[in-house]
Write a protein that binds this ligand. Structure first.
Ligand code: DQA
Length: 145
């Protein structure tokens, strides 16, 4: 499968940012984990991170006609962005939402996700393994193409 993996704001700070919540592995370490899994399972990846909402909207649109599915950790935009929800609905690709932490056991504002309304599954609290679980979900579902 060809899979786009998107990370939103502050996920480039993994390993530095609140390690008690997000762990000590860096963003580069996360990319390696995902790339190793993809290589072992014959997937092609597009891996992107941005701190800017519009970049994420642009990349979701770019996936249309190009990718079989999307894995996205929208970071804080999860809890605020109707634009990201509209983008995943627009492209209508199987999309899995990932959160490293268990957002349900944190502040109440983290328990709201707009994008989840356009996702086939939301994975929370599995740490970095959640990204691999998201890819497995796409494998089981089969892609759009
Ligand atoms: C997060 C949870 C969000 O609430 C937070 O804003 C993030 C990361 C997670 O992976 O647990 O940036 O999406």
């Amino acid at each position: 499968m060809k899979i786009m993996v998107l990370n939103g704001p502050n996920l480039n700070m993994l390993g530095i940012r609140e390690p008690g919540i997000y762990g000590s592995v860096s963003y580069e370490g996360l990319l390696k984990l995902i790339a190793d899994y993809a290589a072992a399972h014959g997937h092609e990846l597009i891996l992107r991170q941005s701190n800017h909402e519009g970049d994420l909207v642009d990349w979701i649109q770019e996936a249309y006609g190009k990718c079989d599915g999307i894995v996205i950790n929208p970071g804080a935009y999860t809890h605020t962005s109707v634009a990201l929800l509209d983008a995943v609905k627009a492209v209508n690709l199987p999309t899995v939402e990932v959160h490293i932490s268990d957002v349900d056991s944190r502040e109440p504002f983290r328990q709201v996700s707009y994008i989840s309304l356009g996702c086939v599954r939301t994975i929370k609290g599995m740490g970095l393994e959640g990204y691999l679980e998201a890819i497995r979900t796409l494998e089981q579902r089969g892609g759009a193409q």
